[in-house]
Design a protein around this ligand. Sequence first.
Ligand SMILES: C[S@@+](CC[C@H](N)C(=O)[O-])C[C@H]1O[C@@H](n2cnc3c(N)ncnc32)[C@H](O)[C@@H]1O
Length: 325
Amino acid sequence: MELPPLLRRNVDRALNGVGLADLAVAAAALSQRYRDEHRDHNLHVRTERDALAYLAVRLPATYAAVRASFAAVVAARLDFAPKTVLDVGAGPGTALWAAADCWPGLADALLLEASPIFRACGEELAREADLPRVSWQLADVAAATIDCAPRDLVSLAYVLNELAPAARESVLQRLWDATADTLVIVEPGTPAGWERILAARRQLIEAGAHVLAPCPHAFACPLQAPDWCHFAERVARSRLHRLAKGADVPWEDEKFSYVAVSRRPAAAAVARVIARPRKGSGRITLKLCQPDGSAGEDLFSRRNGTVFKRAWRSDWESAIDLETP
Ligand SMILES: C[S@@+](CC[C@H](N)C(=O)[O-])C[C@H]1O[C@@H](n2cnc3c(N)ncnc32)[C@H](O)[C@@H]1O
């Protein structure tokens, strides 16, 4: 997945003239903090250099994950046309760009962010962009109430892992209270990220939420550790991105876990492909999460007729109707 052309241009403009050596050091330190899930009451992005490193090496990947999670909401709820959005832990405004790409009717965005550096960076990126009306709230979501009327779409992307475990439940409750329709939570696609998504999913179902995606049911997750539910998006790396990471290939796979819940149910629950399909000659094996709450591998061959064609066209993350002949 590529960034929208204007966002790509604005990111390149922000990075113009930044020394590669500096960027590589900041990017490596940032990646290490994220990998370690380092929590020391400090924000990971504390300097302008950290924010620029984030733009260079993390934004393309988090954008891809959030955009894919929103796409699953579009598929589950064709009637959903949000006008207002609240994004918490907005960083440089990643989810706003993804939401605007998915739902052109968005009119008003509130971005809550604790880091003034990220906020400045996000404002700069959005300059001259055809985005909804944007306002920023500089606040710590773990400490403050969210000061707005409920919004159609609420998102929390790559933030839960930065919150102290004891703060997560109350933050999620605040987010749900601020949700008029749909709430989307995205985390890194690691076993720990999946555990946080599972806990959020349980809490929100207990609060009355309907699960839109990726699960086609509200039963307990059928996967057992060491397995975990995650997806992957292939992300294009710019030249600077590659150089800052010392990488050879012009792409990377961003693994992510997510849950999208709503105050309204999905139109229909169909199976979800939860691993990369394995194709052979005239046959395909899909690992599926099913509407009855089970999960496992299924083999499809030409004998399955139309369902085989649908299976053949599916990919990791696809929702697939196996019932309609
Ligand atoms: C990994 S970044 C993700 C940024 C953006 N959502 C994205 O997906 O690219 C995490 C963001 O959450 C913000 N954050 C962390 N703790 C926060 C808190 N308690 N209140 C508000 N924002 C917070 C950080 O400053 C940072 O911008």
